[in-house]
Design a protein around this ligand. Structure first.
Ligand SMILES: CC(=O)SCCNC(=O)CCNC(=O)[C@H](O)C(C)(C)COP(=O)(O)OP(=O)(O)OC[C@H]1O[C@@H](n2cnc3c(N)ncnc32)[C@H](O)[C@@H]1OP(=O)(O)O
Ligand SMILES: O=CC(=O)O
Ligand SMILES: [Mg+2]
Length: 359
């Protein structure tokens, strides 16, 4: 197997294509809100959503009827061209798309239509059902050719959905396959099917996946507490480690029980605590949940700032509220403080909230 040298990794893959980025910018992306660009009711709502959500994603893949694939692609081009503030270097809300899968009859037209028409507005292309580095290499080279032809000056980034067993097995090589790699999302619905899990849901837990308290006084039929377990813990943790290793960003994916706002919040918070930077939103009501969960709380920021202040030059150990703090807890606190600063820079209400914190 041949490998590129490090310097070649950052050379454009087509003459005239923009130079790859050396670092993926940490742009807030708490909610990646999915919409169907062929659905007039959803499309009508897009202009008002700009500025209220970090990412708007025009979905072209699953959930778009086969008969509407062309209308969705063309609708996305119109939306990108006509919606102020959406996507590109000056956009207040990022514009992403999810293209059709690489084995589908639509994906080539997706890429050859979108890049010339709206490549300057598209921030990230989400690629579904990625199996290994070879899928990213294919998209990488094709994007470079299309960017060069369109005269683009900014590389379009690539995000892969982790939704096949082989993709999970190859997660490291996927993350490191191209300097375009921006991040990964968990795709629990397709992943469950591909793994032959015996579930029928889009993300979230399952009442049958549990641990049960031991019998009390040996009575196996008596009352015993049960604790539902997280079906996705292993995959999310694996994804977070792979992304952190490669300097890219991990996301939870879809939570399909739109009515169950409480369980959605739990699932999102678990992902936030494990290291994810955001999640998908499938319905407008999930945006508020995601924005809240993926923004550090006032209590977390107050505590983090107190630790930073108490640690002085960052070395040694101190006691704060009966707990030992040192370099390692300081580093955790700095993750939260830096995230709060990034979010405050784009969200005036969060800025006011964080600025008003008294230590
Ligand atoms: C496993 C995966 O691949 S997940 C990713 C693929 N799936 C998706 O992208 C699904 C996206 N979401 C949807 O298609 C829809 O939200 C559905 C089908 C789940 C529910 O749609 P509805 O039954 O219309 O929901 P509901 O009646 O609550 O909608 C309320 C309003 O919000 C609008 N709306 C619903 N979802 C969205 C959305 N994602 N973006 C913008 N507007 C939306 C509806 O059009 C409706 O508008 P109206 O008040 O003008 O009639
Ligand atoms: O595309 C997402 C999934 O869960 O499948
Ligand atoms: Mg899927």
């Amino acid at each position: 197997m041949s490998h590129k040298s490090p310097k070649d990794f950052f050379a454009p893959l087509a003459v005239g294509a923009p130079a790859p980025l050396r670092e993926i910018p940490a742009r807030p992306s708490r909610a990646i809100h999915f919409f169907d660009p062929s659905n007039p009711k959803m499309v009508d709502k897009i202009p008002q959503m700009v500025g209220t959500v970090d990412v708007l994603l025009g979905n072209l893949e699953d959930a778009i009827k086969a008969d509407n694939k062309v209308a969705a692609r063309e609708g996305l081009v119109r939306i990108a061209q006509e919606t102020p503030g959406l996507g590109g270097a000056s956009g207040t809300t990022q514009l992403w798309t999810r293209i059709n899968s690489l084995d589908s009859p639509w994906v080539l037209d997706d890429l050859t239509t979108l890049v010339p028409a709206i490549g300057d507005r598209l921030d990230v292309i989400m690629v579904p059902k990625v199996q290994g580095a070879e899928d990213i290499h294919y998209v990488d080279r094709l994007l470079a050719q299309l960017e060069a032809k369109a005269g683009l000056t900014r590389p379009i980034l690539v995000h892969a959905i982790l939704e096949t067993a082989r993709g999970v097995a190859n997660v490291e090589e996927i993350c490191g396959a191209s300097p375009r790699m921006q991040g990964l999302s968990l795709g629990p619905a397709d992943l469950a099917a591909d793994r032959k899990m015996k579930t029928t849901r889009v993300g979230g837990g399952h009442p049958g996946y549990l641990v049960r308290e031991d019998p009390r006084d040996g009575d196996v039929t008596g009352p015993r507490a049960i604790f539902q377990q997280d079906l996705w813990h292993y995959t999310i943790a694996k994804m977070v480690d792979a992304c952190a290793t490669h300097g890219i960003y991990p996301y939870y994916g879809p939570f399909g029980d739109i009515a169950d706002v409480v369980a959605a919040e739990d699932q999102f918070r678990n992902a936030f605590l494990l290291g994810c930077v955001g999640t998908w939103s499938l319905h407008p009501k999930q945006i508020e949940i995601a924005n809240r969960v993926f923004s550090p709380s006032v209590e977390d920021i107050r505590h983090a700032r107190r630790v930073v202040a108490a640690m002085g030059d960052g070395t040694g150990a101190v006691m704060l509220d009966g707990k030992m703090e040192d370099d390692a807890s300081l580093k955790q606190c700095l993750v939260l403080v830096e995230l709060a600063e990034e979010l405050a820079a784009i969200d005036p209400s969060l800025k006011a909230l964080y600025d008003g914190i008294e230590l």
